[in-house]
Design a protein around this ligand. Sequence first.
Ligand code: PMP
Ligand code: GLN
Length: 384
Amino acid sequence: MSLISKLPQVGTTIFTIMSRMAQEENAINLAQGFPGFGSDPILLELVAKFTRDGNNQYAPMSGVSELKLALATKTQRTQGYFPDPESEVTIVSGATEALFSALSAVVRPGDEVLVLEPSYDSYVPGILLNGGIPVFVALNPTDFSVDWELVASKITDKTRAIVVNSPHNPSGQVWSKEDVAQLASLVSKSGIFVISDEVYEHILFDGKVHHSLGSHPELRERTFVCGSFGKTFHVTGWKIGYCIAPVPLSQEFRKIHQYVTFSTVTPIQFALAEYLDDPKHYLNLPSFYQKKRDLFVEGLKSTPFNFQASQGSFFQLVSYAHLSKKSDVYVAEQMTRKLKVACIPVSVFYSTKQDHQVLRFCFAKKEEELEEALRRIQKIATIF
Ligand code: PMP
Ligand code: GLN
């Protein structure tokens, strides 16, 4: 039997490849983006409690009411608007599912979907499986800002949607209010949908503020806001996230969600609902992560890398373009095998695998692990 692949270009993700290599080489894994420390014992105890209390059967399809309400309340507090918990908030099995279901809700065969790149790896397969055509728009390769004229120039009568992501993986760039206004003006002219990946909404540095697209009245009407509790509460393995969208969009979204997973893990939903009652559980995150980012950036100053400090997310990019023209895939592999620190080559985030000699490090790790990684990275010159 042979099967004609629907995704002929897709192989194993770079995150899996580099995590596997890190394990084989006993290297510090600053490659795949996941926290290297535990979650809050209060949250873990809540999950245990709700499990023991017998909340172990299917949750309602769109999520348990307590969590939808808690999320709507958090959205009011942090973004100044209150989505209707029952009709505009859906709890799903990770932001990956939210992104996939949102794309499936809007993309029809032949539709064009704008993707700003470098971009996270799950957007394009979601577009292709729905018969869509990804249209790539490059971010500025040095500061990863959006060239809004370039974006506007790519809109045709076939454009159906745009996928955006701030704070941005891999660059750590955070959109300004001006970026949001530019997108709003573009969307109101063209009538396209927006899929907004906001998984790093609470991981921000140097006083940066996250402007959810849902907080903009014009954008709210056409946007699927996709988020991840895994990222926010250091539990990426729980695979639980959400989608906030206006009623007509949420209705279509739910038609898909109910046949992708139907519903999402019940005791964890109850636990998160109670945990969200205390706003400091998410409001303290910027200062928690700032210490890690600062430590990592301080250490990088005594390496030969060039970089601009990350503004948000788990990630810091570094450039070695002034030191070597060796490919980023080669350098990332050598770093893992010889220096015993794994990272991600940024070319994999480009459709054409453009290589700017840039690497991505995840600094969501314990301080001592970051310090040891930095000591090893000092020897970078030995692999060029
Ligand atoms: N979007 C981005 C930008 C990410 O970095 C991740 C993390 N893997 C996801 C989406 C997926 O989030 P989740 O683990 O909740 O599916
Ligand atoms: N989002 C994580 C990253 O960018 C990886 C998640 C995954 O392995 N799919 O590293």
